[in-house]
Design a protein around this ligand. Structure first.
Ligand code: GLN
Length: 578
């Protein structure tokens, strides 16, 4: 029988409810129970594919091709477990399903209403996503007072009514502000959040108190009285240097055991977070630091939303760094700058690695190509992700193969040499106006060349399988254009290698990896490997890139030391000869 934990926010959103939910999942798993995490997004969009990335952060892609808000990414990074798209429930999906059913005549003349039809649909979806797991944790977006959350609160109560109170736990994640002018932590907003929840007939079983600092006993007592729950169910969750510290802190507060006890369960195994702790220490206090540049298209963004739009890349770098005990300074460079001021390109020499991430459209494309050329010709480690691979192919075609005017038809429809192009049937679908139908979305299998850099990395990270001697790997995709098969052979005869490909049912091969075997590290992929990177199980390509970055940084440092030491030695020699 599945138990349900509902996580709701109080006071304000954006205080780390997603990280709290993911951390809880991690702990439950550590105690020996199977778990899955479900996210409710109360917006009307059907999915996140059409949301503005600068407002909502990047679009997360699941194995089964879902385009989802980034919380599912947080879940996977903590749980090291694939989460399917059915684990994201939006208001748009709920209403669409009910209205479609009504149109089909499935309700047989009934009046279709908020209660029971909408609430039932929510409930069914939660139960379906939770099926087969010991414990399902459901995070409700926004906060408890939001009007748009009403159907979800009804659904929670319906599940509680059906399964009994022992099978359901409610966790309120709240925020306790410390106003700057009084330096005192305030519990009032939390008291109000508890009251709001109560108005819906829901009383929290646990309260997770997010704040800049840890909660003191006085405040715990105050909340105890207000919420009418025992003080040991009020959990302090102060700000942390790394989000990955949260499971460690919650475990210290024995939250796992307490929740299990609430369900009448006990631990099936003793949690072992030693390896996790080691990785967290490597993130917060790494043995050494390296600098990399991410050359992308950044529009009207402040620092915060910048990282938010590339959160998975940022996390994948952190995971690889943690594994290698290397900290990373990231400089985000707007590719357009290199178009305006090409003389700035040499500044890339100060970085030990360069990434060109995914992207769409023509803004900054020539700047990205220039940065890729710089990495290639100066033997600086390079990782190209999706657009970063397509533009690496364009750069190589133009400057090494000598195909003047080589381009992607995404930017230049009349390109002399369309090395990146749409497949013929995509062009047909697009002509009919269906843009959505032309995206390659979700997980695809690639066959990799045995002796390639790519194959070795997947093997080293334990992410390669052998299909009767054929080596295959899986990565997630979200793009429209492909390497034009007509140019593959010509490009390869000039020293580059398409080291992996996907074979479609009709026999067409789609290039998945592009590498330069002679280069220190020049690897790029049509996929988004950042979506399958987890703490403790890093993405092979990010791992290989970060290791090359570390080695290159060490090499540069040694060279610099020798150069700095040289004149002194020369002086000494002069002195000696005197
Ligand atoms: N714009 C490119 C395409 O659609 C790359 C997309 C991406 O980088 N995600 O194929």
């Amino acid at each position: 029988m599945t138990r349900f934990i509902f996580v709701a926010g109080g006071v304000i959103s954006g205080v780390g409810k997603g990280v709290a939910t993911a951390s809880l999942g991690k702990i439950i798993k550590e105690h020996g129970y199977t778990t899955t995490l479900i996210k409710i997004d109360p917006y009307i969009n059907y999915d996140a594919g059409t949301l503005r990335p600068t407002e909502h952060g990047e679009v997360w892609v699941t194995d089964d091709g879902g385009e989802i808000d980034q919380d599912l990414g947080t879940y996977e990074r903590f749980l090291d477990q694939d989460i399917p798209k059915q684990n994201n429930i939006t208001t748009g999906q709920i209403y669409k399903a009910v209205i479609d059913r009504e149109r089909r005549g499935d309700y047989l003349g009934q009046t279709v209403q908020f209660v029971p039809h909408i609430v039932d649909e929510v409930k069914q979806r939660i139960i379906k996503a939770a099926a087969g797991y010991d414990i399902a944790i459901i995070e409700m977006g926004g906060t408890v007072g939001d009007y748009e959350n009403v159907p979800y609160m009804f659904a929670m109560k319906a599940i509680e009514r059906e399964l009994g109170k022992d099978s359901v736990a409610y966790i309120l994640v709240t925020y306790l502000p410390i106003p700057g002018h009084i330096h005192e932590m305030k519990t009032k907003p939390t008291q109000q959040a508890i009251r709001l929840m109560g108005q819906e007939g829901i009383y929290p079983d646990f309260i997770l108190c997010r704040s800049q600092q840890a909660l003191d006993e006085v405040r715990k007592k105050k909340i105890e009285v207000f919420a009418n729950i025992n003080v040991d169910r009020i959990i302090s969750a102060p700000d942390l240097a790394s989000i990955y510290q949260m499971p460690l802190n919650l475990e210290k507060e024995k939250l796992g055991e307490k929740i299990l006890a609430h369900f009448g369960l006990t631990s099936l195994k003793a949690p072992n977070l030693t390896a996790w702790q080691k990785l967290v220490t490597a993130i917060t206090t790494p043995a050494q630091k390296v600098s990399i540049a991410i050359v992308g298209k950044y529009l009207d963004l402040g620092d915060y939303s910048l990282i938010d739009s590339y959160v998975s890349i940022y996390q994948a770098i952190a995971h690889a760094g943690a594994q290698l005990n290397v900290g990373i300074d990231i400089t985000w460079i707007n590719a357009v700058e290199f178009e305006k001021n090409p003389e700035q390109l040499h500044k890339l020499a100060q970085f030990s690695g360069i990434i060109v991430p995914g992207g769409f459209g023509q803004v900054g494309v020539e700047g990205k190509i220039a940065a890729i050329e710089y990495a290639r010709t100066n033997n600086i480690p390079y990782l190209g992700l999706c657009y970063g691979m397509q533009l690496a192919v364009v750069e190589f075609a133009r400057h090494v193969v000598g195909l003047q005017g080589a381009h992607t038809t995404e930017v230049d429809k009349q390109a002399n040499h369309p090395v990146i192009d749409l497949l013929p049937e995509q062009r047909q679908t697009m002509a009919s106006g269906d843009l959505g139908g032309t995206m390659r979305l979700g997980s695809y299998k690639a066959t990799v060349k045995l002796d390639s850099h790519v194959a070795k990395l997947y093997e080293e990270c334990g992410r390669i399988s052998s299909d009767e001697g054929v080596m295959t790997v899986h990565e997630r995709h979200r793009h429209r254009y492909e390497v034009n098969p007509l140019y593959v052979q010509q490009i390869e005869t000039h020293g580059a290698s398409f080291s992996g490909y996907h074979e479609r049912a009709d026999g067409t091969t789609l290039m998945e990896f592009f590498e330069l075997p002679e280069h220190r590290f020049f690897v790029s992929t049509q996929a988004h490997p950042e979506f399958k990177s987890r703490l403790g199980n890093p993405s092979p390509l990010f791992f290989g890139f970060m290791r090359a970055v570390r080695d290159y940084a060490v090499e540069c440092k040694q060279k610099q030391n020798v150069e700095e030491a040289m004149p002194i030695r020369a002086d000494k020699i002069t002195e000696l000869s005197l």
